[in-house]
Design a protein around this ligand. Structure first.
Ligand code: SF4
Length: 388
């Protein structure tokens, strides 16, 4: 048994804004939205707005969220302020874009929590989940205490009530999360420590996605922050709406991925970086692990250990939900055939990410648009591609 007490340090309050303690700490300072807006209108608290703005931008740029570190007790208001900013912008966007914006924030916040939880003790993790989400979890004991269990259960660190498990697990793509593929006993599902971490961060993501609220008129400083974020990112929010898997996906693949895809299917063995880029991209456009594995199964090195290595790698990328690499990353790793001068596609000059290429080209195909001259009219040229 683990001690039921949970001691949350100041840094942990900032790391886990969904915790009871963090919510209490922010309520003590600002019990509701009008009280928060009043605090934010004070010049002395400009740092809270600045930190919240940086937090939203980091989320939208898919970079890491940084913890506020001013030493002021009002640091705990940075997260609610960041939520306020996003909800204000959501209120001004059409439905789909608003949902997408909230999803971006939820994704980034949940990833940060996942990272932080990896550094906590089992006791802290379990108590945080129980108290924040009202989950019912049992600790399986250390490795020596588990030796009496059947061997197939010894790798699990916790058991969680199946209804709590089902609260989050169905939102994960990988088949290993399906209840039918889990060990369940007396209504409890066996999970490893990293799986419980994933469930907790997934729950936090869900809470953000499910919470929308009206934001009244903002004080000037906050309104300016909203304006800055809107003008810088409005376009990217619209352009990066979720990509969906289509049976005709191969015709919309960017040259980099099309080349890796073709090489894989023709049996060529690829470098690790190329395998990662291909698998992460295909998972992001909605292919499931079995479909990605089918692409990898043509490779000459697939037969090593009966495909177990490829299966493990694909599962790992799916479970960790790795981002597909950007154009810059592909170019740095010599995986961009356009940058290498081997092939050319005009769309490549106007995108910064292979997923943006895919989404745009898919849209063109769906609307039967063959003339690409609209790229230049719609967007600024953003990257120099051919090696000169
Ligand atoms: S520019 Fe980007 S999308 Fe186009 S081939 Fe290179 S990496 Fe792929």
């Amino acid at each position: 048994m683990l001690d039921a007490a949970i001691v949350v340090s100041r840094v942990q309050l900032l790391k886990y804004p969904f915790s009871v303690e963090a919510r209490e700490a922010s309520s003590r300072l600002a019990r509701d939205i009008p009280a928060l807006l009043e605090i934010l209108s004070d010049d002395m608290n400009e740092f809270v707005v600045n930190e919240a703005e940086a937090r939203v931008i980091a989320a939208l740029e898919r970079s890491s969220i940084r913890l506020p570190d001013t030493g002021d007790e009002k640091d705990v208001l940075v997260y609610p302020t960041a939520r306020l900013i996003v909800e204000k912008i959501c209120g001004q966007l059409p439905g789909k874009a608003a949902i997408r914006l909230r999803e971006y924030q939820a994704e980034a916040e949940s990833k940060a929590v996942n990272r932080h939880l990896g550094e906590e003790s089992n006791e802290f993790l379990m108590n945080l989940c129980e108290q924040s989400f009202n989950w019912n979890i049992q600790f399986m004991g250390g490795p020596t205490q588990r030796v009496n269990l059947p061997e197939y259960l010894q790798r699990f660190d916790f058991r969680i009530l199946f209804t709590n498990y089902l609260d989050v697990a169905p939102s994960f793509r990988s088949s290993e999360w399906k209840l039918i593929n889990r060990y369940v006993e007396s209504g409890l599902v066996y999970v490893t420590r990293s799986e419980l971490t994933r469930l907790a961060s997934g729950k936090f993501k869900q809470l953000i996605i499910d919470s929308s609220f009206d934001v009244p008129e903002l004080p000037e400083r906050l309104a300016e922050a909203v304006q800055r974020i809107e003008s810088e990112l409005h376009e990217s929010i619209r352009q990066t709406s979720p990509v969906e898997f289509s049976a005709e996906y191969s015709t919309a693949l960017p040259p980099c991925i099309a080349q890796l895809h073709d090489e894989k299917r023709s049996g060529k063995s690829l470098a690790h970086s190329a395998n990662f880029a291909l698998a992460a991209f295909l998972l992001k456009i909605g292919m499931n692990e079995d479909q990605v594995l089918a692409v990898f199964s043509h490779s000459s090195d697939y037969g090593v250990k009966g495909g177990k290595i490829a299966k493990y790698q694909i599962e790992h990328i799916a479970t960790k939900d790795y981002e597909a690499p950007s154009c810059t990353w592909m170019q740095r790793n010599l995986l961009c055939p356009v940058y290498q001068g081997e092939v050319f596609d005009p769309l490549c000059e106007y995108v910064m990410h292979p997923l943006s290429f895919y989404e745009t080209r898919k849209w063109e195909i769906e609307h039967n648009i063959m003339n690409h001259s609209w790229y230049a009219a719609k967007r600024k040229k953003r990257q120099r591609l051919r090696v000169r």
